[in-house]
Design a binder for this molecule. Structure first.
Ligand code: NAD
Length: 250
């Protein structure tokens, strides 16, 4: 199956590292012009831009904290001015601030929701406005298996990702008639900076709970995102698909 995204404009939030980086890379390889949003990872973003430029693939970089309405406004103003359209949005930016419930500060609760859920809301609202102009668009939310399976020390994270799942479904209902499909991807334990500490602390125990007996690679998540961003997924909306080696069904 060849996926061709030539002529499409895609935005990947937190697109310079980890799953976001692989997603930016794979979307660009499929032909999309990718706007790579980053918050602090300027060096990683520039390295990715240079790597893709070396292969003749053009990208745009834009610094913004997705939890800040004024910065999201500026990001979308740039996309509107430069490209006049947006075809694909990947709400990937996310953080963890794990701690047990009784130790959880309000600031840790709020910050995780601000980035993981409010950030996705702000970007989705702005993207939907642009996508409606052409009556077409794909929005892919990177949630987590944490949205459907509890994990110790992750009440804030699970709640934000569970909210993102519910948000995905409600958006799919509202935007279906506008030609926009909205889906969620639920990564399991993927080898990125975010999961490093958990893998280090509980690696062996965790592996025993994953039927496939290994952690996932960022690119294994990115492949599904590229499919959901393509016309091959035109009749799929409101769905949540896990990429987790079977963890969520074990
Ligand atoms: P990562 O820490 O490598 O990457 C997260 C990215 O989000 C970084 O580029 C970071 O700069 C960016 N980001 C953070 N806050 C931001 C903000 N306020 N504005 C803009 N960008 C911001 O982690 P990752 O594993 O690649 O995570 C990507 C997504 O996948 C996240 O939403 C995460 O919750 C989800 N996820 C990851 C795993 C895993 O095992 N790695 C599992 C389930 C879900």
């Amino acid at each position: 199956m060849v996926i061709d995204l030539t002529g499409k404009i895609a935005l990947v939030t937190g697109g310079a590292r980890g799953i976001g980086r692989e997603t930016s890379l794979r979307l660009a390889e499929a032909g999309a012009r990718v706007v790579i949003n980053y918050q602090k990872s300027l060096e990683a973003a520039e390295a990715l831009k240079a790597e893709l430029a070396g292969r003749g693939l053009e990208t745009d970089l834009f610094q913004a904290d997705v939890s800040k309405p004024e910065e999201v406004d500026a990001l979308f103003a740039r996309i509107r001015d430069r490209h006049g359209r947006l075809d694909i949005l990947v709400n990937n930016a996310g953080i963890i601030k794990d701690t047990l419930l009784l130790n959880m500060d309000l600031s840790d609760w709020d910050r995780v929701h601000d980035v993981n859920l409010k950030g996705a809301f702000l970007c989705t609202r702005a993207a939907a406005e642009l996508m409606m102009l052409h009556h077409a668009g794909k929005i892919i939310n990177i949630a987590s298996v944490g949205a459907i399976r509890g994990g110790r020390g992750q009440t804030n994270y699970a709640s934000s990702k569970g909210g993102l799942l519910a948000f995905t479904r409600a958006c799919a209902v509202e935007l279906g008639s506008k030609g926009i499909q909205v889906n969620a991807v639920l990564p399991g334990m993927i080898q990125t900076d975010m999961s490093r500490l958990v893998r280090k602390r509980a690696g062996e125990t965790l592996l025993e709970r994953i039927p496939m007996g290994r952690f996932g690679e960022p690119t294994e998540v990115a492949h599904l995102v590229v499919f959901l961003a393509s016309d091959r997924a035109d009749y799929i909306t409101g769905q949540a698909i896990a990429v987790d080696g079977g963890f969520s069904v074990a």
